[in-house]
Design a protein around this ligand. Structure first.
Ligand code: RAM
Length: 363
């Protein structure tokens, strides 16, 4: 019912816009007057609907609690909710596991939310529960860390995966003059986003310019601060000649920076990866990490909310080739990718000593 009202409202407002356009065109005075009256009536009817139309509930389910990256995504979702007038729910399992997410999604289905935005801890484990959600008419938009296409309608891709993977190797290589032992400190071994980026890092490392760089290990801090910190200490212990670490997770990167500093290894072990400027500012200022990369997580939450809302109102069907309006971010096209549909947020930014002050207070 609510969806019907929303679709109707959207249809009527579009009709009103068309009428106002034709009024501007070449019509007789009488016709113009008539059209104006019809337009005003339609608009009044449409405006009487928002109590129903704006009653959508969109829930965001993120990887784990206490991760500032997802707090920023939440701010983006709340911003979209304030602009579009839907109810916004934010949920995170206590630790980044798919079991925790399945429980939360199960409860959201029972609660009959209209849409679920999800950053998955495992691309396959969530498919059955998300299929159940979709079978009940819930719109599913994955963002940040994808779900297999069978378990979602669309995916909001933060930035070109290949570019993200390759650029992190390039950044570290410059820091260590293309020579020495390196390691990767990731999140969990099942997270789709980190795994895709790592596969591109491995591809990049096969190029001849990296032949003197030796990847000696990939360890997993599970997107938990203490576990990531301890994994970093483990690397220092087992690899005394280690020259650099890439951590493609904001949690892992900040924890590794702290470990490097605590062990007095700044300047000996170089560090780069994907990090929040707010968490990494002090380490960039003191040289523990020369440069890091990321996209804007506020925008990620904002755009994924707009995508789901556009499906709910009927503004889009959620098909390849459609253009979706994403508020202050403009418009994006829905494209086919990896056997499903996706929208691309944009390009990643690099943060270093020249711009960190500008961004440290933003996210
Ligand atoms: C962590 C999460 C998130 C990832 C960022 C870079 O916060 O793993 O999924 O996109 O890092």
């Amino acid at each position: 019912m609510r969806r019907w009202f929303a679709t109707e409202r959207h249809r009527i407002v579009t009709k009103c816009k068309k009428i106002s356009l034709s009024i501007k065109g070449g019509l007789t005075r009488k016709m113009k007057k008539r059209l104006l009256v019809v337009g005003i009536l339609l608009l009044a009817f449409a405006l009487a609907l928002p109590a129903y139309a704006q009653d959508f509930t969109i829930a965001m389910v993120v990887k784990g609690a206490g991760n500032p990256f997802f707090e920023a995504c939440r701010r983006g979702g709340e911003e979209a909710a304030a602009e579009l007038g839907f109810n916004f729910i934010f949920q995170a399992p206590a630790t980044p596991t798919s079991e925790g997410q399945i429980e939360l999604i199960d409860a959201l289905i029972a609660q009959r939310v209209d849409a679920i935005l999800v950053s998955a801890n495992d691309p396959d484990a969530l498919v059955p529960i998300l299929r159940r959600a979709m079978d009940r008419g819930i719109t599913v938009v994955a963002f940040d860390s994808g779900v297999a296409p069978a378990g979602r309608h669309m995916f909001l891709n933060q930035a070109d995966m290949e570019l993200i993977g390759r650029m992190q190797v390039q950044m570290l290589a410059e820091m260590i003059d293309y020579e020495g032992e390196i390691a990767i400190l990731s999140a969990t071994s099942t997270m789709a986003n980190q795994n895709v980026w790592i596969s591109w890092m491995l591809q990049e490392l096969t190029k001849p310019e990296y032949e003197k760089m030796d990847l000696v290990g990939i360890v997993y801090g599970d997107d938990l601060r203490e576990k990531s910190y301890n994994e970093a200490l483990g690397l220092f212990r087992s690899r005394p000649d280690l020259r650099g670490i890439i951590s493609p997770t904001t949690v892992g990167l900040a924890a590794t920076a702290r470990a490097i500093e605590d062990q007095g290894l700044s300047g000996k072990v170089a560090l780069t990866g994907l990090g929040l400027p707010s968490e990494m500012a002090e380490y960039i200022r003191n040289g523990t990490s020369e440069a890091i990369a990321l996209w804007n997580p506020i925008d990620l939450g904002y755009v994924s909310s707009y995508m789901a809302h556009a499906v709910l109102t009927g503004a889009i069907k959620g098909e390849a080739g459609e253009i979706v309006n994403v508020g202050r971010m403009g418009e994006r096209e829905i494209v086919e990718a990896d056997g499903g549909l996706e929208v691309l947020l944009g390009a990643p930014f690099v943060f270093d000593i020249d711009n960190i002050d500008e961004w440290a207070d933003v996210y």
